[in-house]
Design a protein around this ligand. Structure first.
Ligand code: GLA
Length: 335
């Protein structure tokens, strides 16, 4: 690609079907890239990355040798700076960012921006390398020790498939989503609160449980957590162990069309996130309960980090009109 040639990169958002707060301990997740995405279009050259967006009042202007992405302004420039600091492109970029994703709603608008920008800047590694550098960019930009799920789902998406990701070795198994199942994402109306500090606290609790029990991803019986003296750590570990088992169950039941088993696991996941991992809110609980009581809903649960944000519902076709109807879509790419 020569200087001055137009470059267009697309990064999709993601929704996680099941496997919440399991990625940081190398567990299992089942997300998919969705058909709502961020597009970056522009030209390479110069010694700055300059991006404008119709959704932002001020441009992001980032020097190629940016030192501390976390202090870049305006706020969205932190994510741009994070990617520049990780990719360290040899030349700058001037372009525009547009998105069909709701920003900050829990559909990984930041991961979509990061993976699209890394490609626009000329990053040439594998899909897992793309996910790794953009995960580090997100961590640097936000100060939150997030796992790899969001960036890997956005980077590796496959049309018509959810992605069973083993977050320990980063192997990806495509899982067919039956044609007669719709995926809806519904915002709770509650902005995500304390997501950063509480997320870091939960990750630390899981690490503390692992210091006593060993890697939770290798444990099959949730009762193993009973060996922990600390009552809170016991519940945190029980969530992670049982959630990994639920991901396995859904990855088997979904392509087989066993929707009763899928629904049961989704409902159990929400209960575990509410009671054992304690990342739900009364608003999310009420929405999940209403959806799960609706005829035609296979199962609904909070999706993403929690503390507000979105619920995912799997339904029979045409059941719900609210929220976003999303379809499993290809991952990040240059057009
Ligand atoms: C956020 C993080 C992910 C993952 C989820 C919870 O989206 O970025 O890495 O941990 O929360 O499953």
């Amino acid at each position: 690609m020569s200087d001055g040639e137009r470059v267009t990169a697309v990064g999709p958002g993601r929704v996680n079907l099941i496997g919440e707060h399991t990625d940081s301990s190398g567990g299992l997740v089942l997300p998919l890239a969705i058909d709502l995405a961020t597009t970056i279009s522009g030209t390479r050259g110069g010694d700055e990355v300059v991006l404008v967006s119709p959704d932002e009042a001020h441009p992001a202007v980032v020097a190629l040798d940016v030192a501390d992405p976390a202090i870049a302004t305006p706020g969205w420039a932190r994510y741009v700076a994070g990617v520049v600091a990780q990719v360290r492109p040899s030349e700058g970029f001037v372009g525009e960012v547009t998105t069909t994703l709701p920003i900050g709603a829990g559909l990984s608008s930041s991961a979509a921006l990061e993976v699209a920008l890394a490609l626009a800047l000329g990053f040439e590694g594998s899909v897992t390398e793309l996910a790794r550098v953009t995960q580090l960019a997100e961590q640097q930009a936000s100060g939150v020790p997030c796992g790899i799920m969001d960036q890997l789902a956005s980077a590796a998406g496959i049309a018509g498939r959810a992605l069973l990701i083993d977050c320990h070795d980063l192997t990806i198994t495509p899982i067919a989503v039956p044609d007669d199942v719709e995926i809806r994402v519904i915002h709770s109306g509650q902005a995500r609160q304390l997501a950063g500090s509480a997320y870091a606290e939960r990750t630390a609790s899981v690490a503390a449980a692992e210091a006593e029990l060993g890697p939770l991803r290798l444990i099959e019986d949730p009762g193993t957590a009973d060996a922990l003296d600390d009552e809170v750590l016991r519940r945190r570990a029980r969530h992670v162990i049982s959630e990994n088992a639920r991901v396995r169950a859904v990855a088997a039941a979904l392509p087989a069309g066993d929707l009763a088993a899928v629904g049961e696991a989704l409902v159990a996941s929400h209960t575990s996130l509410r009671d054992d991992f304690e990342v739900s809110t009364p608003v999310l609980d009420a929405l999940v309960d209403r959806l799960n009581a609706t005829e035609g809903v296979i199962g609904a649960r909070l999706t993403g980090a929690g503390f507000g944000g979105c619920v995912v519902a799997l339904t029979r076709p045409g059941t719900l009109q609210e929220g976003w109807l999303v379809t499993p879509s290809p991952g990040a790419r240059l057009l």
